[in-house]
Structures are given as C-alpha cells and as structure tokens.
Design a protein around this ligand. Structure first.
Ligand code: FES
Length: 148
C-alpha cells in the first residue's frame, strides 16, 4: 500500500491536489482531494474522484476539453508517471511569453491558435512561434478528443 500526492495548478486561478492511497496493484483505495476554483471544477473533481475509487489507476482517464477535465488529465498523467515535465521556456520571443502561460490559456479554453494569440499575445509578432503554439494545443486538446 502506498500514498501518492499530486497537484495541478493554473497560476492565480485554480488548483487541484489529490492524495491517492493505492494497493500493490495500483487500485485506488481512497482519494483525499482538495480543489479551489470554479463550481464546474469542484463538480468535475467530485464526480471523477468518486468514480476513481476501487478502479485501477492505469485505467483511469477523463474525457473532454473543459478546463476541469484537462486539469484532471494532467493530474492523472502525474499520478501514472507519464507526465512530461519540461522547462518553462520562453516560447514567444517577440512578446516574452513562456510555455506555462500558453498552457494555462489552453487549459482555460483557448483551444485555437487565434484564441491563444488573443489571450496571451503569443504569436502576434513575427509568427515564428506559431508552430510551437499549435503543438501545445495539439498535445493538450487533440489527444483528449481522440479518446472520445
Ligand atoms: S516569436 Fe512569437 S511572434 Fe515572434
């Protein structure tokens, strides 16, 4: 039996923390979770963590592209050990926009390059970072759409 804790956060907006108590086969025995954010986020957390009980951690997934669903998927990736941690590098050099700012915008609903541009100003200069913005959107959104 082991206890593992994970956290997902959109800076200055919302966060979810969860401690999973797992048996030796990674079945979820209990989840102690806390969250702060929108009503939708709290509701999605309640629904998801209730469903997670007695299930195998590896079999869990969250389908959908709402902020809460994307955050829970990131939390699950961390719990499964498949989360790709990368440096928070500057993606848009013209506007000085870091990777984390673009990811936060995508999590909050900027699911197109145009919206990311409008919300963050990334790719509103020379445009050379546009492919990196597209790639981040695809990583976060498209993989989830393919599950549904
Ligand atoms: S590097 Fe992003 S617009 Fe130029």
């Amino acid at each position: 039996m082991c206890m593992q804790s994970f956290r997902v956060e959109i800076k200055n907006r919302c966060w979810v923390e969860a401690s999973f108590k797992l048996d030796e086969y990674k079945n979820v025995l209990s989840v102690d979770w806390h969250a702060q954010g929108s009503f939708d986020l709290i509701q999605e957390c309640e629904k998801f963590f209730k469903l997670a009980l007695q299930k195998n951690l590896e079999s869990l997934s969250v389908v959908g592209v709402k902020t809460a669903q994307l955050m829970l998927n990131e939390l699950l990736d961390k719990a499964k050990g498949v989360y790709k941690s990368v440096d928070d590098i500057e993606i848009c050099h013209c506007r000085k926009i870091n990777r984390s700012e673009i990811i936060d915008a995508i999590l909050l609903g900027a699911h197109t390059p145009e919206k990311v541009k409008k919300w963050t100003t990334a790719s509103s200069g020379c445009g050379t970072c546009r492919s990196d913005v597209d790639k981040l959107i695809n990583e976060l959104i498209k993989r989830d759409v393919s599950k549904s």
